[in-house]
Design a protein around this ligand. Sequence first.
Ligand code: SUG
Length: 458
Amino acid sequence: MTVHDDHREVNYREVNFDGLVGPTHNYSGLALGNVASMSHGGLVSNPREGALQGLGKMKALMEAGYAQGVLPPQQRPDLATLRLLGFAGSDAEVLARAAGEGPQILRAVCSASSMWTANAGTVTPSVDAPDGRVHFTPANLQSSFHRTLEPPTTGRVLAAIFRSEAHFVHHPVLPATPAFSDEGAANHTRLCGDHGEPGVHLFVHGRAAFGWGTEEGVAPRRYPARQTLEASQAIARQHGLTESRVVFAQQHPEAIDAGVFHNDVISVGNGPVLLYHERAFLDEQATLDELRAKMATPLIPVRIPEAAVSLEDAVASYLFNSQLLSNPDGTMTLVVPGECRERESVWRTIQDHLLAGHNPIAEVVVKDVKQSMRNGGGPACLRLRVVLSAAERDALSGRVLLTEALHGELTAWVERHYRDRLAPEDLADPNLSGEALTALDELTRILAIGAVYPFQRV
Ligand code: SUG
């Protein structure tokens, strides 16, 4: 964990920044190609339970000794977007008109999708960047309307927390157009020895925009490929990552068509370990070979064959959307969603293949994040990993590293402000909008991050 740099000791740690589930968390069936979202649209949600499940996961990891951060939800319903789309009048009128004339638009502007901070952006640790600073690019999320609403606030939140210019650099969002479709860290895995040693960045895309990628069998047929090669390459360029530090791999189109809308639904890596399904990558062998050639430390691939876990079971259980956490003794802990216990093939594979296998995964922890899972967001979707040195952790602005006290305050805040039931028709309730603003205003004070929301900036 410790390396020497300029004769200074810099203790690098991975900090998991989890997104708080927002007060308008609901099931709207908005995400094409995301099987859970598509099958749960219209269900009644429980935002309070969702937020408490997320906080429960954060607390468990904090207590187990992992560095845990928290990121705030966004301002929803997004009334400014409704107005931009021509719904006019008072707030109540705008909501009522949208509910009548564009119910799908209303659902989109109410989505609490910013909770999945693995899609907030891509982060390069300072140890890999030529200027020795941590680099951030918020994802444009241009694949779906409800998620294109996130980047401006995401950028402000990241800039508010990672404010010190001596340590942090913020790049502009890539052009929000299909050629540069970017879904952030969900398609990016950094492999390394200890976190403070230089890493190799595995960027996984579903299609290439220019020149190729449309031939039969190379692009998915049923569902969209969300990340492009060109987007991943642009981020690597922004962050100053040279060819020797990056591997670009195409996701298996059959996996996308089976509901693997992000690479983090079919593989997860940390340190030298890459846990992946046999059909994660279009060219598995070439991907492993290139990683091995570029990494300074031996790669430890943990391959799950189709015969052990089918693509369908992988998507239903979210086995690969687990958090793979490094322990100081060199072992690793896998934090899996409760759904893994419900699928026999998956649970057996965890026992026989992972825990009993020859690999560093020594412990499996089960966490219930069902409210998020019903929208296709497992434990790994809910967190953005940021590797930080001790000095960079000290340079964070705001009160965003979880402590017992902060956890207590956030839990009480959720209990004060969140509803325990949200049906599709409730989204037009003007009281919901008012409740959300009151809650978020209070939250920015608890987290001490300043005015990051549009309603605080007018
Ligand atoms: O973009 N679901 C999100 C889930 C994102 C999961 N993130 C990662 N795999 N990293 C998405 O598909 C569903 C919202 C709804 O249907 O109400 C949604 O946006």
